[in-house]
Design a protein around this ligand. Structure first.
Ligand SMILES: *Cc1c(COP(=O)(O)O)cnc(C)c1O
Length: 412
C-alpha cells in the first residue's frame, strides 16, 4: 500500500519526532499536526522583510502584509467547501466562537436555547455557558445537550433532528462539533443545518477536528457559520491563527450585527481612518486587529503543502489508512482472544475521519504508557480512552502495521 501511495513523498516534507533513535509513530495529528520543513523559511522570510522594510512592509514590498490574508482564500475555500467571500483567517478558535456568538446568538425571552452535543470540547462548553450568562440566562436552562442512547457511544442523526424539532419554539442556535473530539464521530451537518433552520434557529459548527480531515461543503450545506483551528489537521503550529466561515448572506450584509475593529473596515478606505465603521462586505468584515504575520506565514507554508497534495487525494487515502487501522485493532482483539479494545468511532466511512477512539477495557493507562515508551504517540482521555489519528499527509500504512505489532507485544 505504501509503495502504491501517490502521497508517499509528502511524509518527507515534515519533521517526524524521534523516539528511541527512530521516527516515532505519530498518531497525534488530531491534537497537533507536525511541522512542515518549509515553515521555518516562510517565517524567516517575514522576519527578513521586517528587518529590511520596517513599516513599509505593510504596503510597499512583494507580498505586502496588508493583503497577506488573500493567500489563504483559494486554498482554504477548497478545504472547507465555500466561496472566498465567506472566509476569514483571524484570532484563535475560542475567541472566534465568542465573536460568532456575538453575531448569531441574540436570544429573546422566549427563543434563547442552544442545542449542542454532550461532551462537546470543554472550551466550547465554557464559551456557550458564558454567552448564556452574558445575556442574563442560567446556562443550565439554556444549553440542551444531546447524549448517545443507553449502551451506545455515538449519536443517531434521527435523535438530533428530533431534539431540534422538540425545542423549536425556544431554540436560538444549534452549535455542534463537525466531528466530536472524543468519539471521532462525524455529524450529518447538512441534515442538522436544515433542521435548525426549519426551527427558526441559526446553525454553526466547530470544525477543529474536521477542517483538513474530512470533505466539507459548508456553502452547499447552507451552514450559517463555522470556525476551526489551524494546528490540528492543518499543521500550522501550536496555537496558530484560526479560521471562520460566515455564510455569504450575512457576510455581504454590512449591517449584520457584530463586534468590530479597524481591520474589518472596508479595505480601500480603511486608512482614511473615518469615525464611523463601514464593514468589508465579506467575512473579512469580522476581523478586529491587524493579524500576526509570523503566524500567518506558518499557516501559508502548511496550506501550500495541503494544496499540492490535493485535498480529495488526502481524503481518499485517509479512508483506506484509517480503514486499515480498524482492521488492525480487530486483529488485536482476535489475537488476545478477548475484547481488549472497544472501538467508539463509527466504522462507516461517512461517519468518521482519520481518528479512531477506543475504550481499553483493562489496564488502559498502562497500555498507553507502554505504547509511548515504544515510540507510539497517541493521546489519552480519562477514564480509559486512547485516541489515534493516522494522518494521510505524513503517516504510512507501515506506521499502522507497526502500531499493531507493538500493541500485540504489550498485551501478550
Ligand atoms: C482543539 C479544540 C479547541 C481548542 O480551542 P483553542 O481556542 O484553539 O485553544 C476548541 N474546541 C474544539 C472542538 C477543539 O477540538
Amino acid at each position: 500500500m505504501d509503495a502504491n501511495d501517490p502521497l508517499k513523498k509528502f511524509r518527507e516534507k515534515f519533521y517526524i519526532p524521534i523516539s528511541n533513535g527512530a521516527d516515532c509513530i505519530y498518531f497525534a495529528g488530531n491534537s497537533l499536526g507536525l511541522q512542515p520543513r518549509s515553515t521555518q523559511d516562510y517565517i524567516t522570510n517575514e522576519l527578513e522583510n521586517w528587518a529590511n522594510f520596517g513599516v513599509e512592509g505593510h504596503f510597499y514590498m512583494k507580498d505586502p502584509w496588508f493583503s497577506y490574508h488573500d493567500f489563504f482564500l483559494t486554498k482554504l475555500s477548497k478545504i472547507v467547501g465555500c466561496n472566498e467571500n465567506e472566509l476569514v483567517v483571524m484570532n484563535q478558535l475560542t475567541v472566534n466562537i465568542h465573536l460568532l456568538f456575538a453575531s448569531f446568538y441574540r436570544p429573546t425571552k422566549t427563543k434563547y436555547k442552544i442545542i449542542c452535543e454532550a461532551k462537546a470540547f470543554p472550551s466550547d462548553q465554557y464559551a456557550m455557558q458564558s454567552q448564556a450568562q452574558l445575556h442574563g440566562f442560567d446556562p443550565a436552562d439554556v444549553i440542551i445537550e444531546i447524549s448517545p442512547r443507553e449502551g451506545e457511544h455515538t449519536l443517531r442523526t434521527e435523535d438530533i433532528l428530533a431534539k431540534i424539532k422538540e425545542h423549536k419554539n425556544e431554540l436560538a442556535v444549534v452549535f455542534f462539533g463537525g466531528i466530536n473530539y472524543y468519539s471521532g464521530q462525524v455529524f450529518d451537518m447538512k441534515a442538522i443545518t436544515k433542521a435548525a433552520q426549519s426551527a427558526g434557529a441559526y446553525c454553526g459548527f466547530d470544525l477543529a477536528h474536521a477542517a483538513g480531515n474530512v470533505a466539507l461543503q459548508l456553502h452547499d450545506w447552507n451552514v450559517d457559520f463555522a470556525c476551526w483551528c489551524s494546528y490540528k489537521y492543518l499543521n500550522s503550529g501550536p496555537g496558530n491563527i484560526a479560521g471562520v466561515f460566515i455564510n455569504e448572506r450575512y457576510a455581504t450584509d454590512e449591517k449584520f450585527p457584530r463586534l468590530t475593529g479597524w481591520w474589518g473596515y472596508e479595505r480601500s478606505t480603511r486608512f482614511n481612518m473615518d469615525k464611523d465603521f463601514r464593514a468589508t462586505p465579506t467575512a473579512e468584515g469580522w476581523q478586529l486587529s491587524n493579524p500576526s504575520i509570523l503566524d500567518m506565514a506558518a499557516h501559508r507554508a502548511s496550506l501550500e503543502i495541503l494544496d499540492e497534495a490535493g485535498f480529495e487525494n488526502l481524503v481518499a487515502k485517509s479512508k483506506t489508512l484509517t480503514g486499515f487501522a480498524f482492521f488492525i485493532l480487530e486483529e488485536i482483539n482476535r489475537s488476545a482472544g478477548k475484547k481488549i479494545i472497544t472501538i467508539l468511532t463509527p466504522i462507516n466511512e461517512e461517519e468518521r475521519g482519520a481518528q479512531i477512539s477506543m475504550l481499553i477495557n483493562e489496564n488502559g493507562k498502562k497500555i498507553f504508557d507502554e505504547l509511548k515508551a515504544e515510540g507510539v504517540i497517541g493521546d489519552w482521555r480519562e477514564p480509559n480512552v486512547i485516541r489515534i489519528a493516522p494522518v494521510p499527509l505524513y503517516n504510512s500504512y507501515e506506521d499502522v502495521f507497526r502500531f499493531g505489532e507493538i500493541f500485540k507485544k504489550i498485551i501478550c
